[in-house]
Design a protein around this ligand. Structure first.
Ligand code: GDP
Ligand code: IMO
Ligand code: MG
Length: 430
């Protein structure tokens, strides 16, 4: 039997999925992205170099790993070219990369519309990355979108492009935005087809063949479960489902293959963009954590909002996504605080609740119920085993396990590949 590992974000994104994916990618035959697009910003650090990926899977640094951008993604081919150029300039030239012929394409008008829709919301911005993700998924589900495989059939592409432009140009005009000329777009995308064409394949077939020949496959989620279009803090969410539950549809495999899910969680919480965030801090501690954790968005550079670890969210996301282990990230950032807090429950209108309510109006009224624990002063960035952690840090890990019912399988104590402690036997053997 082959081994499949799903790495997902369990909070509001930026939990450290890139780091964990890269860590395990060294041993994986294949790394697959299955949702989202270049709204993601995944950082990977090794040998003193830091890399940032948006839509390309974090297995790209291992020449033996096949990287797949699955059908559930929205792919902006221009942005893929920019990313590949950047990687080339950083010396990453030996890689394997395939893109699904069924993946929805993010077209130039999608980012224009993303910005315009935000403008129409007046003060109630979602705070999107303005990469056109929502409009691209909307077009996919409205059945007017273009797909990567269309690029391989020029006549069919022309037909689909004309149909899309008939609709989109009308909308753009209404919004007072520049329209697009068919021939210009067609010519540019035919150029793109020449460059990316050989990489556009039936990736579901590729993945299934790998599954049947005992390959180790890692599925790399983007965003985080609280940004899920169904289960997140709607409407302050992204337009896909960042869960392990998306893997079968977004990669084109049977759900029966999924058997090991790592939920990536910061040892605290962050959120970039608008929307309720029950454990958010507005004091000096938030500032301290933001600076120590360099909590500024990889894609947009926006300062990330910071809060305490939220066990209500962790329990919720672990039950939705079947999380087997936590990868507890940026643990080093908490060193130096006198006290640390964990949110165990919310209080909503005088009642204690243990799972997030469905509307943001209720969530905004939720008051976090905290437990306070002793902090630790020691620098833990060099530890190689759980035993080397200060007692207070060990107690913090144990409390998260107790409150969530999910074991911590990985502890991360710095951004580098080497600053990773694996506790779970199953993960050690991946
Ligand atoms: P992703 O979107 O989930 O891949 O996460 P990002 O890459 O957007 O954000 C995580 C940030 O934390 C990046 O700057 C990482 O280099 C950094 N990082 C990851 N793990 C650790 C850790 O254990 N400690 C510290 N200090 N930084 C980390
Ligand atoms: P990674 O994969 C953090 C947030 C945006 C915004 C909302 C909707 O790096 O964890 P969108 O552009 O998707 O329509 O924006 O979702 N968001 C993220 N926040 N990390 C991400 O990805 C995100 N991708 C989208 O800030 O609030
Ligand atoms: Mg990120």
């Amino acid at each position: 039997m082959s081994e499949r590992l799903v790495v997902i974000g369990s909070q509001w994104g930026d939990e450290g999925k890139g780091k964990i994916t890269d860590y395990f990618a060294c041993r994986a035959d294949m790394v697959v992205r299955y949702q989202g697009g270049n709204n993601a910003g995944h950082s990977v650090m090794f040998n003193g170099h830091k890399y940032s990926l948006q839509s390309i899977p974090s297995g790209i640094f291992n020449p033996n790993t096949v990287n797949v951008m699955g059908n559930g993604m929205v792919v902006n081919p221009e942005s893929v070219l920019v990313e590949l150029d950047r990687l080339h300039n950083q010396g990453v030239t030996d890689y394997q990369l395939y893109i699904s012929d069924r993946a929805a394409m993010v077209m130039p008008w999608h980012s224009a519309l993303d910005g315009a829709y935000e403008g129409l919301k007046g003060g109630k911005l979602i705070g999107t990355t303005k990469k056109g993700i929502g409009p691209a998924y909307s077009d996919k589900y409205s059945r007017v979108g273009l797909r990567m495989g269309d690029l391989l059939e020029p006549e069919y592409f022309a037909e689909r492009l004309q149909a899309a432009l008939d609709e989109k140009n009308m909308e753009l005009k209404m919004l007072g935005l520049p329209t697009y000329d068919f021939q210009e777009v067609y010519d540019r995308y035919m150029e793109i087809a020449k460059i990316l064409g050989p990489r556009i394949v039936d990736t579901s077939d590729l993945i299934n063949k790998a599954l049947l020949t005992d390959k180790k496959i890692l599925f790399e989620g983007a965003q985080g479960m609280m940004l899920c279009i169904d289960h997140g803090t709607y409407p302050f969410v992204t337009s896909s489902t960042p869960s392990s539950a998306s893997v079968p549809v977004g990669a084109g495999i049977s759900p029966k293959w999924i058997d090991n899910v790592v939920g990536v969680a910061k040892a605290y919480c962050t959120r970039v963009g608008e929307g309720p965030f029950p454990t958010e801090l507005h004091d000096e501690i938030a500032h301290e954590i933001r600076e120590r954790g360099h909590e500024y968005g990889t894609v947009t550079g926006r300062p990330r909002r910071v809060g305490w670890f939220d066990a209500v969210v962790a329990r919720y996301t672990s039950r939705l996504a079947g999380i087997d282990n936590w990868a507890l990230m940026l643990f080093d950032v908490l060193s130096g605080l006198d006290k640390v807090k964990i949110c165990t429950h919310y209080e909503l209108d005088g009642k204690i609740i243990d799972t997030p309510p469905s509307t943001i109006s209720k969530l905004a009224r939720c008051k976090p119920v905290f437990i306070e624990m002793e902090g630790w002063k020691e620098d833990i960035t060099g530890i190689k085993s759980f035993d080397e952690l200060p007692e207070a840090a060990k107690a913090y890990v144990a409390k998260i396990e107790e409150l969530t019912g999910v074991p911590v399988g990985v502890i991360s104590v710095g951004p580098d590949r080497t600053q990773t402690v694996i506790l779970s036997e199953k993960l050690k053997n991946f």
